[in-house]
Ligand binder design. Structure first.
Ligand code: ZN
Length: 162
């Protein structure tokens, strides 16, 4: 069976920085699964590389920031009063908050604390980075109708909400 629209693809993969630093991996024994066909289950560029492939196929894909977590946007860095935060606030903590325009929720990471101010950065921690995905197709099957309806994989490697 080939990877195509509405197939469930099981992968082993390594996601690394360009310098080879490991960010995330799934081994052959504990692979990850996604629903193929534009459901946002995986980076679109990796999905494109796997289209039409079969079990055993390997892909090695470079992701520019715009193909991964976006360019770094200096305007997403904000300075807030420290008393808006819990007293145990420290660098590296993450908070959900409204975006500047109040239109949606964003994840902010605390990057500095000084003089009663807390600096938070709304960029994804991997924004601006070129990443590399090396993956191998471990399995391909047809998606179940309710997986297509939900837009994600069910079962041991996917969502379990039955
Ligand atoms: Zn579901």
């Amino acid at each position: 069976m080939q990877v195509g629209k509405d197939t469930v693809v099981t992968l082993s993969y390594r996601l690394t920085t360009l310098q080879g630093e490991l960010i995330e991996e799934a081994t052959q024994d504990q692979p990850a699964a996604y629903l193929h066909g534009g459901y946002d289950g995986i980076f679109p560029k990796v999905e494109a590389a796997l289209e039409g492939q079969a079990v055993g196929a390997e892909a090695d894909v470079m992701l520019e920031p715009e193909d991964a977590f976006g360019d770094y946007d200096a305007e997403l860095v904000r300075m807030e009063e420290a008393d808006l935060f819990p007293p145990e606030v420290e660098v590296g903590m993450q908070f959900e908050g409204a975006s500047e325009d109040g239109q949606h929720y964003m994840l902010y990471t605390v990057t500095d604390i000084a003089d009663g101010k807390v600096v938070v950065d709304g960029n994804h921690p991997l924004a601006g980075q070129t990443l590399r995905v090396q993956c191998r197709v471990v399995g391909v099957r047809s998606a179940l109708p309710e997986e297509v309806e939900h837009g994600h994989v069910h079962g041991p490697e996917g969502h379990q909400h039955h």
